[in-house]
Design a protein around this ligand. Structure first.
Ligand SMILES: *Cc1c(COP(=O)(O)O)cnc(C)c1O
Length: 349
């Protein structure tokens, strides 16, 4: 009675191994909602892949993976004083902290715990990182030897947006390596750019990959919801919290899956404006009423929400009486796996 993600295990793992083979120094990323699979599941997959490092997003996510994955765990979100759980993790030798400000580096160096750190350089992403002009100050702090430097980290924009990141990556990596030698960690580098950099930087590199590893390839991931109830309705009958008038004789199908699963009311389709709206109005279709299309497919079609999704269930309208599902049936639901929370993940043979 829930929202289920089904994945053919062999295909998924074959894809993961292809990414691993094509990405020397691969560091799998498991953060947030675990790309739909959950953090513990991804940590298990990473352990089976045999990689030595896993990246998580925040300090609090370390707990979700540490019992399943026994290698080193990198926290991608820059370390900040006062962040819940951040200070406690400093004495954990398995955890590597990302540092993006000189003041934080100084704080860590003075902690007496000699934490393991990755030094983040600011890229054209402009998210986090220290600027090249701050490197003299970084050098000064490093001279105190209060941190264990694992390497430099460079988080690049999408290659498709820049036409390639090799030049920026090389410039920043060289600037960092001139201050302190170590590994260089990248995100969002094409395979070709990575090969070129490995040849020119003369140091070991690591590449963090999330989306392509877990959600890429031609793996058939299916998400489905369960039909919880079905009610016949008459044209004009008022239904739901908002007592919306039904556009015709048909059925209200109540399905599992609501806001808690990441199912949102998308803006009414563009058909709800302009000329098409007029045509729809003439045809008497629900689009004219500004109804929003749901992600649930019933009898071969995406159906309209009766009203905004509830916390764990949604109400959709199906006209007529053909193809009406029964209680307990599973229906496909389209979910974006980076924003969805499913109730269970089933790895199929
Ligand atoms: C999330 C994240 C990644 C992984 O990004 P994908 O696009 O999912 O591969 C890599 N590096 C950093 C710093 C991130 O925050």
């Amino acid at each position: 009675m829930s929202v289920v993600l089904r994945v053919p295990a062999a295909d998924w793992r074959a894809h993961q191994r292809r990414v691993l083979a094509a990405t020397p120094g691969l560091v799998p990323v498991a953060k947030g909602n675990g790309y739909g699979f959950g953090l513990a599941r991804l940590a298990t997959e990473a352990a089976a892949l045999g990689v030595d490092t896993l990246a998580v997003g925040t300090p609090s996510e370390v707990d979700a993976v540490r019992d399943v994955f026994d290698g080193q765990v990198v926290v991608l979100q820059p370390w900040r004083p006062g962040e819940p759980g951040a200070e406690e993790l400093l004495s954990d030798e398995r955890v590597v902290h990302t540092v993006s400000r000189v003041s934080d580096l100084a704080h860590l160096a003075a902690s007496g715990l000699r934490p393991r750190v990755l030094l983040e350089l600011l890229t054209s992403m402009k998210r986090h990182g220290m600027r090249v002009d701050e490197l003299p100050a970084v050098r000064k702090v490093l001279a105190e030897d209060g941190v264990d430097v694992v390497g430099w980290t460079i988080h690049l924009p999408m290659p498709a947006a820049t036409g390639g990141n090799a030049a920026e990556a090389e410039r920043l990596a060289k600037a960092g390596l001139a201050v302190r030698t170590g590994r260089v960690w990248f995100s969002h580098l094409t395979g070709a750019d990575h090969d070129r950099l490995r040849a020119t930087l003369y140091t070991e590199t690591r590449v963090r990959v999330g989306t392509e590893l877990w959600l890429g390839g031609s793996v058939r991931r299916r998400t489905s919801a369960t039909v919880l109830d079905v009610h016949p309705v008459k044209r004009g009958e008022k239904v739901g919290y908002w007592q919306r008038s039904m556009p015709g004789d048909g059925h209200v199908v109540v399905v599992s899956g609501g806001t808690a699963h990441g199912i949102a009311l998308e803006a009414p389709t563009s058909a709800a404006t302009g000329r098409q709206r007029l045509i729809s109005a003439v045809n008497g279709s629900v689009e004219a009423l500004g109804w929003a299309r749901s992600p649930f497919t019933i009898a071969g079609k995406k159906r309209w929400f009766v009203e905004p999704p509830h916390m764990q269930a949604s109400m959709v309208y199906v006209p007529g009486s053909k193809g009406i599902p029964a209680v307990g049936d599973e229906v496909p639901v389209e979910l974006r796996l980076t924003t969805a929370t499913v109730d269970s993940v089933v790895l199929e043979d």
